[in-house]
Design a protein around this ligand. Structure first.
Ligand code: GLC
Length: 401
């Protein structure tokens, strides 16, 4: 077997081991026995991996993500961050079959990448309808002050829950993992009490943040949505999404890039959160920065602050909050690496992208498909067979074409 075939087989074993059927839907759990439900951005990563060896499953994965899109009420159009195909959600969310918040929007991107391998018009049309509705929801419910940036109401939404960037907003100082987790759970009650209304929550001083990385991903997703509209012959809609993407890109660049760094914006006042994170590299993924800023971001990425033995550490080694063994406080996540890899490619930093791909593969080769890793020793943490760590296959494919 070639190296490629061996990696396909390894990734297939992980993903198929986590697959589960529920009624007419089939999806892949992030990790069996630990993460039993369906998570939005995880499934997008799964679909991007599946496209190299099981296109039908890639489509199923995305169709099941939109299977519980909110159909009515104020949040109509939202795609939940969790789908509870076994309806166990009520104790936490007051809703049995889905969560009441969302996650990073990579869904048009995943749809486009899957369809690129083998066009399936009915699938594309179904996804386009759902994802258009989703992006309109963002605009209606989460852009609360006309600045084109989406605001998030819970640290589960950006997908990097326990990041030190959120501590102050949650009233925490150097929290233990349990304190941080307790704060996230308690916040759900506040969301329920405010009907998940971002404006009311922000006004009440609850968690509210406009993350630079999240909005950069959103810009890229809007671009992909525009290209899908074009493919479906919807010229006016294609133009509308492309223009919206441009506005988001400009807003991210103008509002989140400061002389001393790239930061998320907190609360109604939009104060920068001066806690650095590798998510600033997502601005390359979204095409949000000019060449000069890109060069300085890449210089920082390749310094020892972010390039550890196994890059990329989510919190820089120079931060007082750097904790290589603590969840989202300075670990390697292969989903994050993929976003950085794609951003580097977008701006033509091919050698740096290759370096990320090679080190990511070396990490999995030596330590396995863990959920996340120590950036210095490579030790794996969380479940040993985490589905989204198979995203290394996409980097390998793109390196070999
Ligand atoms: C954790 C991660 C989140 C991910 C989920 C399922 O909560 O922080 O980003 O989606 O696990 O893997």
């Amino acid at each position: 077997m070639t190296d490629w075939q061996q990696w396909v087989e390894k990734c297939r074993v992980v993903l198929e081991g986590n697959q589960i059927q529920s009624g007419r839907y089939r999806y892949t759990r992030p990790a069996s026995h630990v993460y039993e439900y369906q998570w939005l951005w995880d499934s997008c990563f799964h679909a991007i991996t599946y496209r190299w060896f099981d296109l039908e499953m890639a489509r199923q994965e995305l169709l099941s993500v939109v299977g519980k899109q909110v159909q009515d009420g104020a949040d109509s159009g939202m795609i939940p961050h969790m789908n509870y195909w076994q309806p166990d959600g009520a104790p936490l969310w007051n809703v049995a079959d889905r969560s009441i918040i969302t996650q990073p929007p990579l869904i048009a991107i995943a749809t486009e990448l899957v369809d690129e391998r083998s066009p399936a018009p009915a699938f594309l049309q179904t996804m386009y309808t759902a994802v258009s509705h989703y992006h309109n929801w963002f605009e209606r419910r989460r852009v609360i002050d006309g600045d084109h940036l989406v605001g998030l109401i819970h640290p589960w939404e950006p997908g990097c829950d326990a990041s030190p960037r959120w501590d102050a907003l949650l009233g925490l100082v150097r929290p233990t993992p349990d304190q941080s987790k307790a704060a996230r759970h308690a916040l759900v009650q506040t969301l329920i009490a405010h009907d998940c209304d971002a404006r009311r929550l922000a006004e009440a001083g609850s968690f509210f943040v406009k993350p630079m990385g999240y909005n950069a991903i959103r810009a890229a997703d809007l671009e992909a949505l525009g290209r899908i509209a074009h493919k479906l012959g919807k010229v006016a809609e294609a133009k509308k999404w492309a223009e919206k993407a441009e506005r988001v890109k400009t807003a991210v660049f103008q509002k989140c890039v400061f002389p001393d760094g790239v930061f998320d914006l907190a609360g109604l006042s939009g104060e920068p959160i001066r806690e650095e994170s590798a998510q600033k590299l997502f601005l390359l993924f979204g095409g949000c920065v000019d060449r000069e800023t890109a060069v300085s971001l890449v210089r920082d990425l390749t310094s020892e602050r972010f390039t550890t033995a196994y890059p990329v550490t989510t919190t820089p080694t120079s931060s007082p909050n750097f904790a290589p063994d603590q969840y989202w406080r300075g670990n390697v996540w292969l989903s994050v690496n993929w976003l950085i890899y794609k951003g580097l490619k977008r701006y033509g930093f091919d050698a740096e992208a290759t370096q990320i791909a090679q080190r990511s593969l070396a990490l999995v080769e030596k330590h396995g498909f863990y959920e996340y890793f120590n950036p210095i020793s490579g030790t794996g943490y969380g479940p040993a067979l985490q589905s989204w760590s198979t995203i290394i296959l996409d980097m390998l494919a793109l390196e070999t074409v």
